[in-house]
Design a protein around this ligand. Structure first.
Ligand code: NAD
Length: 377
């Protein structure tokens, strides 16, 4: 039986990298039944909204989606479709592995860490009020009755909700992931010295949950600023990082940079019953339609989807094929060449062809599983 997957091509470079990932996934021999749905700029023209109910309903039905990046206008227009999808489907855990790859020019080698980011709360939850609005004015007036802290009447306001329940859920997710994948240490990252109640609650919750894993998984907590410095000095010291939403967003890009940049950084958004796989990078509009950008991040997001489905053998084979193509360095996109103007660089689609060729070389003796494994992490 084929796995039903909602396939959302996305905006900008999305359709190109999503198609590359889809072709590579099909080449593993695992059977998929794709339900193509639109979101983002493409959806506005047809549906008048960037996130049509039909798209959301498809993900609710299939419980599995792979998605190209979607453009979010800065400071105006619609709110992020990505954030809306994560919230509406309660995809509370964002998983972003960062692993060095031979052939990728990067500031460090031997990095192998995972960023686990809380996806539903924090400043990122989108509870904000514009400067001069009556909501902001009302909040400011009320807050001034509680505190003597200086607060300008004309300030814009964002709220930072952090709850024990959401913090516990994400920290447990991080520990369970660490156990399942043989990881040794979880580091909780916060700014509890300054945000004593919000980040303080996150930190206290993490310390409490860590006790349940004592003796099996090591635990430490660190301030976010100090963590940034340690990451750019000694990233090899980290294993699994668990963070509230905003720090998770920022540090996952930082960690992607440590291993070679956004072109190679995959991701997953996981809830109790549903999962959505997408690259860390955005829609890079200036490269849209050029068949130029690196499909690796999206293909590795597909590898994560195979893992999630329990198709471990297929996941291993596809990842090995990606690594082999990058290690050889011939049929790769411009960003993986020593000289970005190297005329031998291939396009997005041709790099996917190279990975598919490698997969078929490696899989002559490979019999993929095709039955649906209901056991999910
Ligand atoms: P971006 O990740 O789209 O691109 C930044 C730069 O990174 C690009 O100009 C390019 O040089 C490089 N890059 C990105 N992907 C690459 C790839 N696959 N191969 C090679 N190089 C690559 O970031 P941005 O320009 O800040 O964002 C563009 C849009 O994407 C914005 O609207 C943003 O909101 C959105 N976005 C969406 C998602 C998502 O859908 N999950 C994530 C991040 C950003």
């Amino acid at each position: 039986m084929a796995y039903r997957v909602t396939y959302i091509p996305g905006d900008g470079i999305g359709p190109e990298v999503a198609l590359a990932a889809r072709r590579c996934l099909e080449a593993t021999g695992v059977a998929f039944s794709w339900e193509e749905r639109i979101a983002g700029e493409a959806a506005i023209a047809t549906y008048g909204t960037p996130l049509p109910e039909e798209t959301l309903q498809s993900v609710r039905d299939t419980k599995l989606a792979i998605k190209g990046p979607i453009t979010t206008p800065i400071g105006k227009g619609f709110r992020s479709v990505n954030v809306a999808l994560r919230k509406q489907l309660d995809l509370y855990a964002c998983l972003r592995p960062c692993r060095s790859m031979e052939g990728v020019r990067a500031p460090f080698q031997n990095v192998d860490l995972i960023v686990v980011r809380e996806n539903t709360e924090d400043l990122y939850a989108g509870i904000e009020f514009s400067a001069g609005s009556k909501e902001a004015a009302g909040l400011i007036k009320q807050v001034k009755t509680f505190t003597d802290q200086p607060l300008r009447d004309e300030a814009a306001i964002s709220l930072k909700p952090i709850s024990a329940a959401a913090s516990e859920r994400i920290v447990r997710f991080a520990f369970e992931h660490a156990l399942k994948y043989g990881r040794k240490k979880v580091t909780a990252v916060h700014k509890a010295n300054i945000m004593k109640f919000t980040d303080g609650l996150f930190m206290e919750t993490a310390r409490r949950v860590a006790q349940d894993y004592a003796g099996r998984i090591a635990f430490e907590d660190r301030l976010v600023d100090a963590t940034c410095m340690q990451l750019v000095l000694r990233p090899q010291e980290f294993d699994v990082l668990v963070l509230p939403n905003l720090y998770g967003d920022i540090l996952s890009d930082l960690c992607a940079g440590l291993v070679g940049g956004l072109g190679v950084a995959p991701g997953a958004n996981i809830g109790e019953h549903t999962a959505l796989f997408e690259a860390v990078h955005g829609s890079a509009p200036k490269y849209a339609g050029m068949n130029k950008v690196n499909p690796t991040a999206m293909i590795l997001s597909g590898v994560m989807m195979l893992e999630y489905l329990g198709e471990r053998e297929a996941a291993k084979k596809l990842e090995a094929a990606v690594r082999a193509v990058i290690r050889e360095g011939r049929r790769v996109t411009y960003d993986l060449k020593a000289d970005r103007n190297d005329p031998t660089a291939v396009g997005t689609s041709q790099m996917a062809d190279a990975i598919i060729d490698k997969l078929s070389e490696q899989t002559s003796d490979f019999r993929p599983q095709t039955s649906v494994n209901p056991k999910r992490p």
